[in-house]
Write a protein that binds this ligand. Structure first.
Ligand code: ADE
Ligand code: ZN
Length: 338
């Protein structure tokens, strides 16, 4: 006999404080804004309208998504474009009850097209400052290296970032995982650590558990982005549990990119039950069908998660964040008494 999933009220979820720790700002570019920016910047897209764009969002795997995602980002040209993109995400995040967000950006996607690093980061930063002033929403920025590009390009990007290091909290590793193991970036991550930056890496999304071990041992990451393939290695799961290394899991992304066939087959609940510090995140919400609360609600329904488990997921997002301990304790107390 199967039991129906308990119903969770969307308003209840919205009022629950939470953090988002795995969000690519370029992946929050909605079709409407993409069309507006293309027009503003005289860029020709291979789509006639928003419906055409949405129709193109059928993916077989990570690479088929990345090809479309990099094409979409080509409409971002000016500092105001990066501001508008970030502000649009922050408004949606605020509407979901996100009190703190740690945002990935991919400078190489833009500098490769001749957009200065300063243009990108100035636009992002101005929106983050406005969000804190407007709602008290706190944030961190994580510079991601594109792993399909050579190590030397990552070093150049880190050099370009160095004047802005006070605005950047960590480095990450994203783009095509298979064939680009973390070991390729061991030296550039060591340099980032020497600059005082935290480290995270996408690992175990499509790649094997060995890539997660490499991210831990060679890149010294504080969190694993995705990490869902850790369950193929019992020693790895035991290690992640013992060290309480958080996983930033992105359920709707995993379905759109065919990591799991269906949400009800997702291993999130099993990972939680094994004692892993699992968080839920939206990854590239404009491409994958929903922002954070949609990810939480659809996962809750598909896996039959109860309210205490949803509260646990939100508490984990605060614990796994890079907020100061005193602030974490305040948010955790609010969640506990909710
Ligand atoms: N860049 C944007 N989204 C990504 C994902 N899910 N995996 C790897 N790189 C990405
Ligand atoms: Zn991601």
């Amino acid at each position: 006999m199967t039991t129906a999933a308990p119903t969770i009220c969307p308003d209840w979820l919205t009022r629950l404080p939470k953090a988002e720790l795995h969000l690519h700002i370029e992946g929050s570019l909605e079709p409407g804004l993409m069309m507006r920016l293309a027009k503003r910047n005289n860029i020709t897209l291979p789509y006639a309208n928003e419906a055409d764009i949405k129709a193109a969002y059928e993916f077989d795997n990570l690479q088929s998504f990345l090809d479309i995602y990099y094409q979409g980002a080509s409409v971002l040209i000016t500092e105001q474009d990066f501001y508008d993109l970030t502000w649009a995400y922050l408004q949606r995040a605020h509407a979901d009850g996100i009190v703190h967000t740690e945002i990935f950006f991919d400078p190489q996607t833009h500098t490769e097209r001749g957009i200065p690093f300063a243009t990108v980061i100035n636009g992002l930063r101005r929106a983050l400052v406005d969000a804190e002033a407007t709602w008290g929403m706190t944030s961190r920025l994580i510079l991601c290296f594109l792993r399909h590009l050579p190590e030397s390009d990552a070093f150049t990007t880190l050099e370009e970032a160095t004047p802005y290091v006070d605005w950047i909290d960590g480095v990450g590793l994203d783009s095509s995982e298979l064939g680009h193991p973390p070991e390729k970036f061991e030296r550039v991550f060591a340099r980032a650590r020497a600059l005082g930056l935290h480290c995270v890496a996408h690992a175990g999304e499509e790649g094997p558990p060995d890539y997660i071990w490499q991210a831990l041992h060679l890149l010294h990451v504080a969190r694993i982005d995705h990490g869902v393939r850790c369950d193929e290695d019992a020693d790895l799961v035991a290690h992640l549990v013992a060290k309480q290394i958080p996983l930033t899991v992105c359920p709707l992304s995993n379905i759109k990119l065919r990591v799991f066939d269906e949400l009800r087959q997702h291993n999130l609940a099993e990972l939680l039950a094994k004692g892993l510090c699992v968080t839920v995140n939206s990854d590239d919400p404009a491409y994958f069908g929903g922002y954070l609360n949609t990810n939480i609600l659809q996962t809750q329904q598909a896996l039959g998660l109860d309210e205490p488990t949803v509260k646990q997921l939100c508490a984990n997002s605060i614990t796994a964040s890079w907020l100061p301990d005193a602030i974490k304790q305040q948010w955790l107390a609010k969640i506990a008494s909710y």
